[in-house]
Design a binder for this molecule. Structure first.
Ligand SMILES: [Cu+2]
Length: 294
């Protein structure tokens, strides 16, 4: 025990408060980036940071819908608490009984209808934007989902990359370009999903699905299979690496230099060429009614 007089209770409290403040400001300074990220996360309401034009529209739809739901929720809570406190039971006498109130009934029929109509409108507009297919996208990538990884074909360059459960495939893509993906499967249904695209589309044997994106951010992003497709489904991961247009061209040139990367050669040969469906390099996607040509 130290012989010096112990500080009074208020002194201890002040020291404690000062320590807490110091700890908080240290945490604040060291966690500046984390804070910014958390703020972003909070703004996206749980969605990953979107990196494509299409994903940003999906995020806006989600944030707008949640905001509308919050406004309705707050209004309902306000009405509940108003009724609870204003009309608390204060005698055994029943309150005045009324049968109906036409204006209020019309109001609570019309208002939900208007809310649904607005949500429907924004959903339809966003969906059309996300599914829109241009006549001449800048780049086409053919995706083959197979048990158990992915093959990415660059039909314009005549090269391909084939992954395996132990060595996930990487898809290199140019930033700021309109990219069309055409999906096929030789075996079962898979689903090509990049969380940062806020988007996934099923890869179905016997048909070609397609979609387009324009990516606005460079970097490497994880991708997964989002459809339970068998024993090694969990190992159907891949990477999407977004680079500048020059780096993209350099990457393709590098692939072309090795004849093993030609479509249908090397690792690509190992993929079973499905029973009723063959991969046709560069076949343009049809999504059977999805999107429109513009
Ligand atoms: Cu799969």
């Amino acid at each position: 025990m130290s012989p010096t007089p112990r500080p009074g209770r208020s002194g201890t409290r002040r020291t404690g408060a000062r320590l807490a403040l110091a700890a908080a400001s240290t945490a604040f300074l060291t966690a500046g980036c984390d804070l910014r990220e958390s703020a972003n996360d909070a703004f996206n309401l749980g969605l990953p940071e979107p990196i494509t034009d299409q994903a940003m529209r999906i995020r806006d739809l989600w944030v707008g819908s949640v905001a509308a739901a919050l406004v309705v929720g707050l209004f309902v809570w306000a009405l509940i608490f108003f009724a609870v406190f204003r009309y608390r039971k204060n005698s055994d006498e029943l309150p005045r009984q009324v049968r109906y109130n036409l204006p209020i009934e019309v109001l609570y029929t019309v208002v939900p209808f208007v809310i649904i109509a607005v949500l429907f409108y924004y959903t339809a507009v966003s969906e059309n934007f996300v599914n829109n297919a241009k006549k001449n996208p800048d780049v086409q990538i053919d995706i083959v989902g197979f048990q158990w990884n992915w093959q990415f074909n660059y039909p314009d360059a005549g090269v391909q990359v084939t992954g395996s459960p132990s060595q996930p495939a990487t898809m290199v893509l140019p930033v700021d370009k309109r990219i069309r993906f055409v999906e096929t499967s030789p075996d079962v249904i898979h689903s090509w999903w990049v969380p940062a695209f806020l988007f996934k589309r099923d890869v179905v044997p016997g048909r070609q699905n397609s979609f387009e994106v324009t990516i606005r951010k460079t970097g490497t992003f994880i991708g997964r299979c989002a459809e339970f497709c068998g024993e090694k489904h969990s190992r159907m991961n891949f990477y999407v690496k977004v680079v500048s247009a020059q780096d993209y061209d350099a990457y393709l040139a590098e692939l072309k230099a090795n004849p093993n990367n030609a479509i249908g050669e090397g690792a690509g040969k190992a993929i079973p060429s499905g029973g009723d469906y063959q991969y046709v390099p560069g076949a343009s996607g049809n999504s059977e009614g999805e999107g429109s040509e513009k």
